[in-house]
Ligand binder design. Structure first.
Ligand SMILES: NC(=O)c1ccc[n+]([C@@H]2O[C@H](COP(=O)([O-])OP(=O)(O)OC[C@H]3O[C@@H](n4cnc5c(N)ncnc54)[C@H](OP(=O)(O)O)[C@@H]3O)[C@@H](O)[C@H]2O)c1
Length: 283
């Protein structure tokens, strides 16, 4: 009998996702590495093999800011894997300027929240058929202090790159808590990686990038440390069956008061579901 476990990690070509992939490869998992850049995918693959000796790695190319691409990615994953033990939703970023995707979504919302929602809901069937399966969503304490302006989901009124990022991370938590509350076959948890020295500010223009890089050198955690809760929630026996929680440094923590507002969980869910249906039904 093949006991090898399968995990899909989005944003596995860099930063926290790549560090998590290295560590999880050491544990013998077969890994679906999701990225938008095949060259970076090939480099990540080689790095993981050279550091761990595990070559059970499949690269899936997808721009996760496109809902149609996310749907097609889910189809490819379902074709490739007959079981799925873990989905680690990690890919994310911030965009200095307002960008509306070809599908009509503000890009931060599309990449950071719609991507998590669509990939998860499309893979839920496969995950539910796999005993003890897990969904792990990388969120952030940047959500603290944020509220959702429902008339500005796609930056209809205004755009601030930091606000858009923080709101998307609040949505990640609401999505996690609602999903955990409505099904019991798959455990669903979220985490804050801390302030981690990565390329996350890479698209933010020179000034902001320089400030973040300067701060990173002084205060930030390494990518290996920043990946600790991603690895723990994805693989540890200690969290078997734990669901609907938010973690930092491998310990449960509280998120903001508003993130526990169940009416807003429902509201965010139905907004995401409506956009998903609308975009996927477009010719
Ligand atoms: N760094 C921090 O201090 C921090 C703090 C709190 C939360 N987080 C969260 O941690 C997660 C990982 O971020 P990171 O800091 O590791 O950043 P990162 O180094 O920039 O890595 C982000 C990963 O996501 C991928 N990605 C971004 N947009 C994508 C798209 N449209 N399609 C496909 N892949 C895409 C990137 O691909 P490319 O390699 O092609 O760029 C990269 O592999 C994010 O969810 C972020 O919000 C980070």
């Amino acid at each position: 009998m093949n006991n090898q476990k399968n995990i899909v990690i989005t944003g596995a070509t860099d930063g926290i996702g790549l560090a998590a992939a290295v560590s999880i490869a050491r544990k013998g998992y077969r890994i679906g590495l999701v990225g938008r850049n095949p060259q970076k995918g090939a480099i990540a693959r080689e790095k993981i093999i050279s550091l761990t000796g595990n070559d059970q790695l499949d690269f899936f190319e997808a721009d996760l800011s496109s809902i149609k691409n996310v749907k097609s990615l889910a189809e490819q994953i379902k074709t490739k894997y007959s079981s799925l033990d873990v989905l680690l939703n990690n890919a994310g970023g911030a965009n200095r300027y307002k960008i509306i995707t070809e599908e009509g979504l503000e890009k931060t919302f599309a990449t950071n929240q719609m991507n998590y929602f669509v990939l998860t809901t499309e893979l839920l069937g496969l995950l539910s058929e796999t005993s003890g399966s897990r969904i792990v969503n990388v969120a952030s304490n940047a959500h603290i202090g944020s509220t959702i302006d429902y008339s500005n989901i796609n930056a209809e009124k205004e755009y601030s790159f930091w606000k858009a990022y923080c709101v998307s991370k609040l949505m990640n938590l609401m999505f996690t808590y609602r999903l955990a509350s409505i099904q019991d076959k798959v455990s669903v948890n979220a985490l804050h990686p801390g302030f981690v020295d990565t390329n996350i500010a890479g698209n933010e223009g020179n000034f902001i990038k320089k400030i973040v890089k300067f701060g990173s050198k002084i205060f930030a955690r390494s990518v290996e440390d920043g990946a600790d809760s991603s690895i723990y929630l994805s693989t540890s026996d200690e969290v078997e069956g734990v669901s609907g929680q938010y973690y930092f440094k491998c310990k449960p923590i509280k998120s903001s008061k508003i993130s526990y507002d169940q009416n807003q969980w429902d509201q965010i869910w139905s907004i995401c579901e409506d956009f998903k249906q609308k975009i996927l039904n477009e010719k």
